[in-house]
Design a binder for this molecule. Structure first.
Ligand code: NAP
Length: 267
C-alpha cells in the first residue's frame, strides 16, 4: 500500500548524502526508490528502511552514465507516484585537466549533468499535472567560488563546471515554475563526511581511506537538515552551514546588477 506522501526517487542512495536523505524521507513516511550501482548496499538499506518505517522500498540498480540504465531510471522517475526527486548521485573526476581521460570526462558529465536534467525532465510534467512535487538537485559549494583566490581549488574544472550547471539549471527552472505548487531546490554542500573523495570515478584512489573523507567535513545529517528546512522555507538555493542567509540574496543582487549594467552598456 502506498503512503499518503507518494514515492521519493533518490539517486546515489547507496552511501553518503543520498543514503541519509533516503532514511529521512522514509522516516517521514515516503515510499522510496533507491538508485545506485552497488546492489548489496541498496538491498541492505532497503531492508533497514522497511523494518524501521514500514514503507515500501524499491531498489533500482543502475549506472547513470549508461544510456540504457539512465533510460530505465528515467521511466521510473516519470511514474505517477513520484512526488519527490532527489538528484544526488555524482562523481568528481578530479585531476589535471590536460590529463583527464575522455571516458571519465564523459562519465562526470553524464552523471552530474545529463542524468540530473533527464530525470528532472521526466518527473516534472507528472508533478505539475498532479499539482504537487519536489525536486532537489545536489550541486556543491564549489559552484560559487571554487576558482577564486585566496584558496582556489585546482584540478576541478569539469566537476566545478557540472555543479555550476546544476545551480543555474535549477535556479532557472525554479523561476520558470514559480507560481506552481512545485518545490525546486539546489542543495550546495561544502565538504561533507562521505565516501565522495575516495574515488575519481569508478576506481578508488590508491591510499585513500575507503569510507570517510580524509579531512572530515559536515555530517550528512546536517546537510539533510538544511535541505529539509530550506524546503519548508521555500528557499531555492540551500547552502548547509551558511549562517547568514542574506549572503545568497546579496549574490542574486550582484548578478542582477551585472546584468542590468551590461544591458545599459549595450544600449
Ligand atoms: N562529499 C562532499 O564533500 C560533497 C561536497 C559537495 C557536493 N557533494 C555532492 O553530493 C552528492 C553525493 O555525494 P556524497 O558526498 O554523498 O558521495 P558518495 O558517498 O560517494 O555518494 C555518491 C553516490 O553516487 C552514486 N553513484 C556514483 N556513480 C554512479 C553511477 N555511475 N550511477 C549511479 N550512481 C552513482 C554512488 O553509488 P554507487 O557507487 O553504488 O553507484 C553513491 O551512492 C554528489 O553529487 C556530490 O557531487 C559532495
Amino acid at each position: 500500500m502506498s503512503t499518503p506522501h507518494g514515492t521519493a526517487l533518490v539517486t546515489g542512495a547507496s552511501s553518503g548524502i543520498g543514503a541519509a536523505y533516503a532514511q529521512r524521507l522514509a522516516a517521514a513516511g515516503w515510499d522510496t526508490v533507491l538508485v545506485a550501482r552497488r546492489a548489496q548496499r541498496l538491498d541492505d538499506l532497503a531492508q533497514r528502511l522497511r523494518e524501521a518505517t514500514g514503507t515500501t522500498v524499491e531498489t533500482l540498480v543502475a549506472d547513470l552514465s549508461d544510456p540504457g540504465d539512465l533510460a530505465r531510471v528515467t521511466r521510473r522517475a516519470a511514474g505517477d507516484d513520484i512526488g519527490f526527486l532527489l538528484n544526488n548521485a555524482g562523481i568528481n573526476g578530479y585531476g589535471p585537466f590536460g590529463e583527464l581521460e575522455e571516458d571519465l570526462m564523459t562519465k562526470v558529465l553524464g552523471i552530474n549533468v545529463l542524468a540530473v536534467t533527464a530525470l528532472t525532465r521526466a518527473a516534472v510534467p507528472g508533478m505539475l499535472a498532479r499539482g504537487r512535487g519536489t525536486v532537489v538537485n545536489v550541486a556543491s559549494l564549489l559552484a560559487f567560488a571554487g576558482a577564486l583566490p585566496p584558496h582556489p581549488l585546482p584540478e576541478r574544472a569539469v566537476y566545478g563546471g557540472t555543479k555550476g550547471y546544476v545551480v543555474t539549471f535549477t535556479r532557472t527552472l525554479a523561476a520558470e515554475l514559480a507560481g506552481t505548487p512545485l518545490r525546486i531546490q539546489v542543495l550546495c554542500p561544502g565538504l561533507t563526511a562521505t565516501e565522495f573523495h575516495r574515488s575519481r570515478g569508478d576506481q578508488p584512489v590508491p591510499g585513500r581511506d575507503p569510507s570517510v573523507h580524509e579531512d572530515g567535513g559536515m555530517p550528512v545529517d546536517r546537510v539533510v537538515d538544511a535541505s529539509l528546512a530550506a524546503l519548508d522555507a521555500g528557499e531555492v538555493v540551500c547552502v548547509p552551514g551558511l549562517g547568514d542567509r542574506a549572503l545568497v540574496d546579496d549574490l542574486a543582487r550582484a548578478e542582477l546588477a551585472i546584468r542590468t549594467a551590461a544591458r545599459r552598456g549595450g544600449d
